[in-house]
Design a protein around this ligand. Structure first.
Ligand SMILES: Cc1ncc(COP(=O)(O)O)c(C=O)c1O
Length: 455
């Protein structure tokens, strides 16, 4: 297996001439030269030519160890052989049909066999859609219209769950978290219909949920919210939420778009939760577009269309397309209990080693995360939620510099310096990625120093 690049000069520069010229071409055809906000960083990302296992190769021939894994969706890295074989097989049969294929039953059954409480499943094409339909289902089931979500938590691009995605100290409110608009021009009613909860204050959560119980259809919760610090939700927080949900008839919608990978039986099992509905995406598509809403049959019946118009109408031209179905099935089958345990243990060791090094070197930095996920923060302060990891302007600049310096060293993280392991990664490669991260942070601080503002 190929080894991580060890020095800069074994490789072409981080942004070679072909990536540079393609970026110029892209700028003319799409705003900002990138089709996705999340995959852009300054000066610009390299353009990828192909990927294999844990590695991608850019247009200039530079090899990069990929810890971003298309925003944590590629549990087996790139071009995973069982997925590619299955795709080749079904490709010749056609790519999408207006009537069902057996592949959708098989993927749904695989999800149910891993998590028996997810008795029924509906497929969509993204995590955004999965969360959207789960929220609509909660409204349809309860007859209530408002939802609650946690400050800073990302659940995709459905308007109500974008509220308070990026509040600042100037807007986030003092006594209780304010509902802060995200997209300019979004309707003011969204603000009043989305209650914002603090991730690290169960007493306040209880109070807010009780006060708003009559109008709340759902609490949307990601138990490992990446943008709220990527710290696992505390047991006392989960108890506060589940207690209130049960007491006030509010549905618990668990966003497992990322956290499904944490356990063979899914994120809800790891956190000991019994959600009313679950939103899935990312790894369950095996590298192809997917989303899924899943839950007990009595809740999922809200989508049942056999007795006239259902309470919640759900469709989608490409929902349950056979390519995503077979890719997801192959990916999940290969992500068995052994693979889950191995990846989680590698993640644990990675976070532990990095944090030890930060302490040993006296650097104001730490990584958070769980299972095979990690995120870098440039502070020693304990991270407990969105506000505790809100970066100052200088921390933001520092994170961007460390991210780019890692790319120069041949390692790709997401632009906010988080990452996810994939099964083709070896222990040696993961260790090298951790060492590179520590070195990139050390070099940054050695060159720029740090102050109270950055730590
Ligand atoms: C927790 C969470 N929910 C929902 C989404 C939206 O998923 P998608 O990008 O597939 O629409 C994401 C995407 O990163 C996510 O991280």
């Amino acid at each position: 297996m190929a080894q991580p690049p060890t020095t800069h000069d074994q490789q072409p520069e981080a942004l070679g001439p072909r990536s540079r010229s393609e970026f110029e071409r892209a700028k003319r055809i799409t705003p900002g030269g990138s089709m996705r906000l999340a995959s852009y960083f300054t000066p610009h990302p390299p353009f990828v030519a192909r990927g294999s296992g844990a590695w991608v190769t850019d247009l200039d021939g530079r090899r990069i160890f990929d810890c971003a894994n298309n925003f944590f969706s590629l549990i087996h890295g790139h071009a995973f052989a069982p997925v590619m074989r299955a795709l080749h097989e079904v490709l010749d049969e056609g790519t999408a049909f207006g009537i069902p294929t057996v592949h959708e039953i098989e993927l749904a059954s695989e999800i149910r066999s891993r998590s028996p409480q997810l008795e029924q499943v509906r497929f969509v094409n993204s995590g955004t859609e999965a969360v959207m339909f789960a929220v609509k289902a909660a409204r349809g089931i309860t007859g209530r219209h408002a939802i609650a979500k946690f400050e800073g938590a990302y659940h995709g691009a459905y308007d109500p769950v974008e509220i308070s995605l990026d509040p600042t100290p100037q807007t986030w409110g003092e006594a209780a978290p304010a509902s802060v608009g995200y997209a300019r021009g979004s309707p003011p009613s969204l603000l009043s219909d989305t209650l914002i909860l603090p991730f690290d204050d169960p007493a306040m959560c209880r109070r807010l949920l009780q006060e708003n119980a009559d109008r709340l259809a759902a609490v949307v919760l990601d138990p490992l919210a990446s943008r709220a610090g990527m710290v696992p939700a505390h047991q006392w927080m989960l108890e506060a939420v589940t207690d209130c949900c049960r007491k006030f008839g509010i549905l618990l919608v668990l966003d497992e778009v990322i956290s499904y990978r944490l356990g063979y039986h899914g994120g809800h099992d790891i956190f000991g939760l019994e959600p009313d509905l679950v939103a899935l995406a990312k790894i369950v598509g095996g590298g192809l577009p997917i989303g899924a809403i899943a839950g007990p049959a009595h809740h999922m019946s809200v989508f049942n269309h056999t007795k006239g118009k259902p309470a919640v109408a759900h469709g989608g031209t490409f929902s349950a397309n056979p390519l995503s179905m077979v890719a997801g099935l192959m990916a999940l089958r290969a992500y068995d209990e052994t693979a889950v345990t191995r990846l989680n243990e590698m993640g644990r060791q990675l976070r532990e080693r990095i944090n030890e090094q930060f302490v040993r070197r006296g650097l104001p930095a730490q990584v958070t995360g769980a299972g095979s996920l990690f995120r870098l923060h440039l502070t020693r302060r304990p991270i407990s939620g969105y506000r505790s990891c809100f970066p100052s302007p200088s921390q933001k600049q520092a994170l961007a510099a460390i991210h780019f310096s890692l790319l120069e060293r041949g390692f790709l993280l997401t632009p906010n310096c988080s990452g996810a392991l994939s099964t083709p990664m070896s222990e040696h490669e993961v260790e090298a990625a951790g060492a590179a991260l520590v070195q990139a942070a050390s070099d940054f601080y050695a060159k720029n120093g740090w102050s109270d503002r950055t730590s």
